[in-house]
Design a protein around this ligand. Structure first.
Ligand code: 13P
Length: 280
């Protein structure tokens, strides 16, 4: 059933648990997140990365309506969220088109500019009762650098209290050793650093770059304040592999591709959701 992200994060916080959030790029992925959650009997969040809209893969309103439609086909809570967006107008368009939870990513900006950008989004979002995830410290891209292991890149605990208080974000993405995409070498989350971040705020914290972090580290992060984790690359890669396999068959019947792809994606989601300790 379609559920607000704020309610899912509250559920995570209450249970000292983490809600898994998956980036989706097509209808099969959206369906699979819902069916996988149903199979695992766990809450989940579907996310759209704005690049998919800019590249005309799925316009905001099509994604939002499709996501809500499939969320309401299952009886476990499923939320909808706009992933990384640094463009104010784009965020407004997403809100207009049905997203009730958005990310305002000002993480590459200097602190004061990040506060100003994020506050501006929160101000608009509040008028429409929309949740906003901010980012402080920068979670970069693993392929571009190995800086994810460098403490200088981590979110500064001393800035967290001020940032959350001044912006009014409903969740906060933080940096303590992860990066987006495929890691060059295994990441090592700095759980002691995370503990300091958690002590600095009551706002639910978000871990980005979920692909490639081993389960033991994830469990430690979830036990120390991470209430939402974003997973993209590994889900995209599995979807790509299944599409390739389907179309490589000699005699494929075009419109049967969901029957080939959705069950495997659904199993993947259900398996990943074993990490969520929320009991419904
Ligand atoms: P990965 O692609 O590394 O799983 O990260 C996803 C993410 O954090 C999206 O915001």
């Amino acid at each position: 059933m379609y559920t607000r992200v704020r309610d899912l994060l509250a559920l995570g916080k209450k249970n000292n648990a983490c809600i898994l959030a998956f980036d989706c790029a097509d209808v099969n992925m959206i369906r699979s997140v819902c069916y996988g959650a149903q199979k695992a009997r766990k809450p989940v969040i579907m996310m759209l990365h704005p690049t998919a809209t800019l590249k005309n893969v799925l316009p905001f309103s099509v994604f939002a309506h499709t996501a809500k439609y499939f969320a309401n086909q299952v009886d476990v809570p499923v939320g909808l969220h706009l992933d990384h967006c640094s463009d104010f107008d784009e965020i407004c368009r997403a809100i207009h088109d049905g997203f009730d939870s958005v990310m305002a990513d000002g993480s590459i900006l200097p602190f004061e500019e990040n506060v100003a950008f994020t506050s501006k989004v929160v101000e608009v979002a509040k008028n429409f009762d929309v949740d906003v995830e901010g980012e402080l410290g920068h979670v970069g891209t693993a392929a571009e650098s190995d800086e994810y292991s460098k403490k200088e890149m981590f979110t500064k605990p001393s800035e967290v209290t001020e940032f959350t208080a001044r912006t009014g974000v409903t969740s906060l993405a933080v940096s303590f050793g992860s990066a987006h995409g495929l890691y060059k070498y295994p990441p090592k989350l700095d759980i002691d650093h995370l503990k300091e971040l958690q002590a600095a705020t009551d706002t639910p914290l978000v871990l980005h770059g979920g692909t490639g972090i081993d389960d033991d580290q994830l469990k430690a992060a979830f036990a120390n304040g991470i209430n939402k984790i974003n997973i993209g690359t590994e889900f995209y890669m599995l979807n790509t592999r299944l599409n390739k396999e389907f179309y490589a068959q000699e005699d494929f019947v075009p419109y049967t591709y969901p029957d080939y792809i959705v069950p495997v994606l659904t199993d993947y989601i259900a398996r990943r959701l074993e990490l969520c300790t929320v009991t419904l």
